[in-house]
Structures are given as structure tokens and as C-alpha cells.
Design a protein around this ligand. Structure first.
Ligand code: URA
Length: 240
């Protein structure tokens, strides 16, 4: 039987711990992978969609929102992170993932050797469901076209679905996130585009509530698969 490499396991455990508890900036001597050139035309198209979203009255969330949260980031991003729906902080600021879950997401992005503004971050719903309740089916149906239009413009190579709601919505399945995560699925954005690879993983808010080394490792494993798929350099400490 193969002997477990205890030193390697211990090193990985320590790295994992450092990984989610903080200070990636210090750790990242890794090179930044440059994204494609910033594309003004794409940005303009995304701004137009954001303007349409700002006026959207298609569902009841329009009555309770403070701000719409269309999403933000590099219009030419290779990776788009899709969450569930804005929470209280996002509703106030009109920006996605700016609360506690957002801070953890940003740490994950930085640990991947990227900056927040090198990816695109958005949600399946563009308005906050009151009290952070689950999205209702009609809200998902009305909001999906906005996400599809954004994805069609950005044309990312990988979509990371954060959490069960995003994964189930995008993949049109009822399978639990534990079964979906860890492998690539195909997401059909439109007939004019090849399917985009989609990696479901745990939502950062779930990770905050269930902060075990196993769960952190699972998310990091998923992100390493994303980096490998893109041919991007692994963070130095994660090279085998
Ligand atoms: N959770 C989400 O799913 N999206 C956000 O923007 C913030 C928290």
C-alpha cells in the first residue's frame, strides 16, 4: 500500500489554513496572468444591459430593492463568477459580493493569482430578495436573460457557479451542489456560441458557515481545476 506523505499533507494543511485565513497578498509572489485586452465595445454593451436592468420592473423585487446589482469586472474576463442574488450590503452599494462572503470570494480570487477586476462577478438575480429569501422561480425566469446577455458579451472560457442556487439554475438540475461541484459541466449561453465550461463550487457564504479544512480544500481543488483548464500558472505554494 502506498505510504501517505505526511510532510506533504501537513504542508498542504498549513497552506490551506493560511489560504482562507488571510494574507494572500504576502503569499502571492505568483505572476499575474494577464487577461485579454480591455475591450471598450464590450464594456459599452455591458453598460447598456446594466441600464436596462436599472429600470427593470418584471418582478416584485423591483418594489423592495434599493439598487440593482448587475455585476462588475473585466468585460473580457476569462472567468465569470456567478452567485445567487445580492444581499443587504450589495443592495445598498449596487455592487456584487461586497459583504463578508464577497471578502472571502476576493481572497479566493487573489489566491488564484488574480485580482478582483480581472474577473467578472455577478449573480443569477440582479435584485435582492427581501430578507435574503431564496429566489422564486418567476424571478429566475425573468432575470435569466440578463445573465445570458452578459455572458454572451463577455464570452468567458469558464463560469464558476457559486453555490447550489447558481449551479442548479444554470444547469437546470435539482442535483445537490455536493454532487455537482468538482467537475466541469457545459453551459449553453446561446446558439451562436460554443458551450462554456462551468465549474460549480460551494458558495463563500456556505464556506463561512461551514469553515472546515475539508470544505476549504474542496473549493480550492475546484479553483485549481479552473486554473489548470485555463492553462494558468498555479500559485507557487501549490505546485506539486
Ligand atoms: N451572495 C451572493 O450570492 N451574491 C452576492 O452578490 C452577495 C452574496
Amino acid at each position: 500500500m502506498e505510504q501517505p506523505d505526511i510532510a506533504k499533507a501537513a504542508r498542504q494543511h498549513l497552506e490551506m489554513d493560511a489560504f482562507f485565513t488571510g494574507d494572500f497578498a504576502l503569499k502571492s509572489s505568483m505572476k499575474h496572468v494577464s487577461t485579454k485586452e480591455y475591450d471598450l465595445e464590450k464594456n459599452e454593451k455591458l453598460q447598456k444591459i446594466a441600464a436596462v436592468i436599472a429600470k427593470c420592473q418584471k418582478c416584485e423585487l423591483a418594489q423592495t430593492r434599493t439598487n440593482v446589482v448587475p455585476g462588475e469586472g473585466d468585460p473580457n474576463a476569462r472567468i465569470v463568477f456567478v452567485g445567487e442574488a445580492p444581499g443587504a450590503d450589495e443592495d445598498v452599494k449596487g455592487r456584487p459580493f461586497v459583504g463578508r462572503a464577497g471578502q472571502l470570494l476576493e481572497k479566493i480570487i487573489i489566491a488564484m493569482g488574480l485580482q478582483r477586476d480581472q474577473v467578472f462577478i455577478c449573480n443569477t438575480l440582479k435584485c435582492r430578495p427581501p430578507g435574503n429569501r431564496d429566489p422564486k422561480p418567476d424571478e429566475i425566469v425573468f432575470c435569466q436573460p440578463y445573465l445570458k446577455q452578459q455572458l454572451e458579451i463577455i464570452a468567458p472560457e469558464i463560469i464558476v457557479a457559486l453555490g447550489a442556487h447558481a449551479a442548479k439554475t444554470l444547469l437546470n438540475t435539482n442535483k445537490p451542489i455536493g454532487q455537482l461541484r468538482g467537475m466541469f459541466h457545459e453551459y449553453h449561453v446561446s446558439d451562436s456560441m460554443d458551450p462554456v465550461k462551468l465549474m460549480p463550487t460551494y458558495h463563500p457564504a456556505y464556506l463561512l458557515r461551514n469553515y472546515s479544512p475539508d470544505n476549504r480544500r474542496r473549493v480550492w481543488d475546484d479553483m485549481k481545476k479552473v486554473l489548470a483548464e485555463l492553462g494558468m500558472e498555479m500559485p507557487v505554494s501549490d505546485k506539486k
